[in-house]
Write a protein that binds this ligand. Sequence first.
Ligand code: BES
Ligand code: MN
Ligand code: ZN
Length: 499
Amino acid sequence: MTKITFSSKTIADIERAKTDCLVLPIFDDLKLGKFAKKLDLKNRNLLMRYFSLGDFKGKIGETTSLVSATMEQRRLLLIGCGKRSKLDQKDIGKICSAIALALNKTAAKDVIINWIDFSIPYKDLLSSLELLSTTITKHQYVYDETLSKKRDSLKLKRVVVESSPRTTLTSQVRRLRQGQAIGEGIILARNLANLPGNICTPSYLAAEARKLARAHPRLNTRILNERQMTNLNMGALLSVSAGSAEEAKLIVMSYTGTSKSTPPVVLIGKGITFDTGGISLKPGGKMDEMKFDMCGAASVMGTMHSVCKNNIPINVVGIIAAAENMPSGNATKPGDVVTSMSGMTIEILNTDAEGRLVLCDALSYAERFKPAAVIDIATLTGACVVALGNHATGLFSNDDQLAEQILSAGIDSNDKAWRLPIWEEYQKQIKSNFADIANIGAGGAGSITAACFLARFAKNYRWAHLDIAGTAWTSAPKGATGRPVALLNRFLNDRAGKE
Ligand code: BES
Ligand code: MN
Ligand code: ZN
């Protein structure tokens, strides 16, 4: 994959700007902005004549590519933007996706985007640039790791966004490049998640983490093996990998972006590289999709990449609890009782509820970092897909302020979450006769009881849990989305801005 160069320029004379493709945002009133008007004159009113045919209505997400009558610009790419008056973050997200997808259908190598004709309020201008470069970057990704013939790489090399006079050129360029690093993090997450379970094992994830640390001087990686986890009494995590030939790994990545004494944000990813369900075996249909059960881990890795690239002034620790959940003669059985690192005993009533078992020990381990906040990210429950579908990630938290910050980061990054309760009433559902707690809840609300289980291990710090079971991948076409890398980056950047 070749890397795109993003830049921002003040273009005095748009008709003279040379480019393979000029991207023009058009609202549904079909009124041309200052630059588009000039351009249209040069093009013998091509746009106005085209609009009068009635094919293009300026509806949000609508796109058309026209050949330009001028020599300087070879194509004009019209992007429908919908209603001028009600342009919100969601619309900008749709416009960015439309631009990215339409560009991929052309053979254009360099493009100029006429962002200036947008009436985006000042506050949102920079964040719209970030969203634009993130979206263009992430759509450059094609999976070909396990194909004998590599796919043709995309053509796009250079993106120039017309700069706005409302803020400095430097800050606009910086924000475009920041967005690009977020897009790269999304690609990294998508690619790891798309890899099959026979390649992407816990050891593979560990090697990837080491690779990341080699590339970034501010990142250190430490990997705990099963023996070291035994010494830490991580009986819950180890019970999940008991049936697997693959060794479990606890991967710890520490990024130091500010003074060492500043408490870090800890991100914990569920890294089940394949979830068969264990002895509580899953049915065969769509079981292949359980290679995606490490999407939480992939999102932590992708986020660490973006954070490093952007050198953000904050400390972040990424922890990945990596294991494979398999049935075998050594596997954990329903009814087995294990002791977690916290000392709490757990009755494993269903070996398919393994995510919470690896996460609970990682949550206890996180205490040693005296964290400012801990966020775990997990493809935890099928019930979350029932509750929220593919649109929103499930959010649970023991801290209202943290929950609010995550919700608003989700809106700003077009990577939404929705909060569900973890009230005391639900805790009764995970009572056990034979241990301190059971690993599944009786009586519905499966996503909430799973979160209640985790909450028992997250009492000593501010904590949030993101259930990405519905948002981390799609089934048709099959593939990882890279969510919630954009949300996590927005959250961390907002936080870094305040510190
Ligand atoms: N990884 C699954 C959750 C999952 C299932 C995510 C389907 C996306 C699609 C998790 O480990 C699991 O199996 N959860 C069980 C919990 C149950 C046994 C209480 C589930 O959701 O069925
Ligand atoms: Mn499972
Ligand atoms: Zn699972």
